[in-house]
Design a protein around this ligand. Structure first.
Ligand code: ZN
Length: 464
């Protein structure tokens, strides 16, 4: 009997090795890996000679809307798919009613419009969402919880974030610890008290340039809170995930925690590997409000140290922290701009290929480790996701390591009309994305969304 698809002629990449192999796919799963001469026929064949086949990218960090938490799901998941992403970790802001009562509606919204699969993180923002932690794994298959440590001030008021003091965080950590694996806490680590003091000073000075963002949230503000989060997680025996690490000192803190036996996973993002305040992207000079991203961009030394952290296995995940906001939404006052950068998830893999592999900083095996296998493991969707083995979901990305692509906002697929990578030439680019055995991006062009494409991925429930 013929299988659904055979991808042949490529080099297959896993965290362990690169081997010349063909892949047979049937019923959404990987059926066989080896020599096609020993495989059954296929209804469809895809010749990828000269290219590499990687497990689909698991981008563990995306925001698909601001106050309306899934508002941009369609455009942003289509863009992510074009970048080889097959599974997204989506941060969910469940305002007022909490997540449990809104879950079916949100899941329906996601599954009606998403181009990729997704597991969700709950933003713990108030007493209600704190109390929901206990029931999330069993009731909705959600096992990761994000704490905005110390968050207050304008951004927090806007969203209604209140449960952020150390007591609330410690209480949440204790509840997660009691749940057991794969439940874990994620923490936004910046000392907001110091930020708010500096903010007042800098506003009084009339500063509005993009560099003021780093000056109002300097590296020690991140380091202090990261150290405290690790300390509290250790005290509560709670596995901890630290997203978007921007500072070289973050690598040292992670290494120290690992030596100390603390379960802490560090993530950085493409923008912190490639951008800094010393050689600013032109957009930050023409539109300083675009520089509002928490934590801020740092210096060139931080870029270098974060690459080293990945290479040495201390930083083990790369996520996009995608937060699409158009130029109009960003406005012209950095102090009032919505936070975050758009057009990142689509470029996560290209950055790793072009700036990482093709510039000799890391190898291709490492890319699959930090962009697929590790995020899937940490968040409890491995071995189904982020994995190129028989029986895993047939989520794959084909890349051409020699293809050169010049990026403009128009060449990308997000709703966001600007990018920090405007004008960059990338070497190494994804050509095909395969989700659940279906080609969803062909020759770098997204195909129309098919019914059933893009599912919510529940995770292991209590005691499983
Ligand atoms: Zn984020």
């Amino acid at each position: 009997m013929a299988c659904d698809l055979i991808i042949h002629g490529g080099q297959v990449v896993t965290p362990e090795e690169i081997v010349r192999a063909d892949i047979a796919v049937d019923n959404g799963k990987i059926l066989a890996i080896g020599d096609r001469r020993y495989m059954t026929g296929a209804r469809r064949e895809l010749d990828v000679t000269g290219r590499h086949v990687l497990p689909g990218i698991v981008d563990p960090h995306a925001h698909l809307g601001y106050m309306n938490t899934l508002e941009a799901v369609e455009s942003e998941t289509r863009a992510a798919a074009c970048g080889g992403v097959t599974c997204l970790g989506v941060y969910i802001l469940a305002l007022k009613e909490g997540i449990l009562r809104q879950f079916e509606r949100l899941k329906g919204e996601f599954e009606a419009r998403s181009f990729v699969d997704g597991f969700w993180h709950l933003m713990v923002i108030d007493t209600l969402t704190t109390n929901e932690i206990r029931d999330c794994p069993e009731q909705i298959g959600l096992t990761s919880f994000k704490f905005n440590m110390g968050y207050k001030g304008p951004h927090a008021d806007l969203i209604g974030i209140t449960a952020t003091d150390d007591g609330a965080v410690y209480k949440g950590f204790r509840m997660i610890s009691a749940l057991g694996a794969p439940a874990l806490a994620a923490c936004h680590t910046e000392n907001i008290d110091i930020h708010l003091m500096l903010r007042d000073e800098l506003i009084a000075q009339g500063r509005k340039d993009f560099r003021v963002w780093n000056d109002s949230r300097p590296p020690f503000v991140e380091a202090e809170c990261m150290r405290r989060a690790i300390f509290l997680a250790k005290s509560a025996n709670c596995p901890l995930y630290i997203p978007h690490i921007t500072i070289g000192e973050g690598v040292d803190l992670l290494a120290e925690a690992h030596r100390d036996g603390v379960s802490v996973t560090g993530e950085t993002c493409p923008q912190y590997l490639t951008h800094n305040n010393e050689e600013p992207a032109p957009i930050f000079l023409s539109h300083p409000a675009c520089g509002c991203v928490n934590p801020p961009l740092r210096d060139k030394a931080s870029n270098r140290r974060l690459w080293e952290g990945i290479e040495r296995g201390i930083i083990s995940c790369v996520g996009s922290d995608l937060a699409p906001a158009t130029l109009a939404m960003k406005g012209d006052n950095i102090w009032e701009a919505p936070m975050g950068l758009g057009n990142i998830s689509e470029l996560l893999l290209p950055v790793m290929l072009s700036e990482g592999v093709n510039k000799g900083r890391i190898n291709l095996e490492k890319v699959t480790e930090v962009c697929s296998a590790n995020p899937a493991r940490v968040f409890g969707v491995f071995p189904r996701k982020g994995n190129l083995e028989i029986g895993a979901d047939a989520d794959l990305v084909v890349v051409d390591m020699d293809r050169k692509v010049r990026v403009t906002p128009q060449s990308l697929h997000s709703m966001c009309d600007w990018t920090i990578y405007d004008g960059w030439e990338f070497t190494g680019w994804p050509t095909h994305t395969i989700l659940g055995g279906n080609v969803v991006v062909e020759n770098s062009v997204p195909l129309p969304r098919r019914t059933g494409q893009g599912r919510y991925v529940p995770r292991a429930t209590l005691g499983a």
